[in-house]
Write a protein that binds this ligand. Structure first.
Ligand SMILES: O=C(O)C(=O)Cc1ccccc1
Length: 288
């Protein structure tokens, strides 16, 4: 589980930071850049591929890690597209979500690192970045209805009926599969009637909801995403801070292409059905 402690000595071995990049493109320093920053296509700048679209948590991790005046940022639709961009050399670095403090490994990243999809033999992990994840329910607000706050939500806990009616009109929820498990209390209490649809990222789910303009449908769809995604795609925040655990964090990995095929050949392909801890151990072999 990821919980960024004050000192790395207190970290679980699987979660220790890997910030040393023996082969940096340039000096990779932290930056406090905030969204939104437009992607640039300046060929002279190294490219960072990330799980997009803009305003995803992964975008935020990429912007925290790489200075926006030195790198071009390239959103990718799927996590495997980030691996592909790094493997093919189209991007010099990749950023993917890896694990979360509330509900653990991001399965697709684990699978790709462990070799279940053995198509990216030269991709290596060369750094990491932590992002505080404060999910919101985003969609179209009823006219005049303000966002539900965490305080409203806590007060709801004391309601003997245990249920509230604010979101009965929402029938379809969209998000990245990892987000459901981080918001189970809120969803169980307010949206147990809604069906859940998996999208490639939280920001992609907000974008999808924003595309719906059929009268009578717009209020029935909502997404779990970053408030910046609501802003980016013209949606309203319907409920703030809906993650079960305050201090919810995700650790993102920075990928780069390995120097030689020999490095890759030292790793054996895994079988399809290895359990998560074995995948994590094997994934560790990919760290530089
Ligand atoms: O980056 C995103 O927006 C994602 O969808 C990945 C994710 C999902 C849940 C928590 C953090 C990152």
């Amino acid at each position: 589980m990821v919980q960024k402690p004050p000192s790395s000595s207190q970290q679980h071995p699987l979660l220790q930071r890997h910030n040393s990049d023996p082969n940096p493109i340039s000096d990779i320093s932290m930056s406090n850049s905030t969204l939104p920053v437009r992607e640039r296509n300046n060929m002279s700048q190294p490219t960072v591929a990330y799980l997009g679209p803009r305003a995803s948590y992964t975008h935020q991790a990429a912007l925290q890690k790489f200075p926006t005046d030195e790198y071009a940022f390239q959103p990718q639709t799927e996590i495997r597209d980030v691996f592909e961009a790094v493997q093919s050399g189209k991007a010099q670095r990749g950023v993917v979500p890896f694990e979360n403090s509330t509900n653990g490994l991001v399965a697709m990243t684990g699978d790709l690192l462990a070799g279940r999809y053995w198509y990216h033999p030269l991709v290596r992990v060369c750094g990491d970045e932590y992002v505080s994840v404060r999910h919101c329910l985003v969609g179209r607000a009823m006219p005049g209805v303000p966002p539900m706050t965490r305080k409203d939500y806590a007060e709801g806990d004391q309601d003997p009926a245990g249920h509230r009616t604010e979101f009965l009109h929402v029938h379809e929820l969209y998000s990245h599969p990892q987000a459901w498990g981080q918001c189970e209390k809120f969803l169980g209490k307010h949206l147990s009637h809604a069906s859940r649809c998996n999208e490639s990222s939280t920001a992609a789910s907000a974008y999808l909801v924003s595309l719906e303009d059929t009268p009578g449908r717009t209020l029935t769809m909502a997404a779990i995403a970053n408030p910046k995604a609501a802003e980016e795609f013209g949606l309203d925040v319907l409920a703030e801070d809906i993650n079960d655990v305050m201090g919810n964090q995700t650790r993102f990995l920075v990928l780069r292409k390995g120097e030689t095929k020999e490095e890759a050949d030292d790793l054996e392909p895994t079988t399809r059905f290895q359990v998560s801890i074995e995948m994590q151990e094997r994934a560790q072999d990919r760290f530089l």
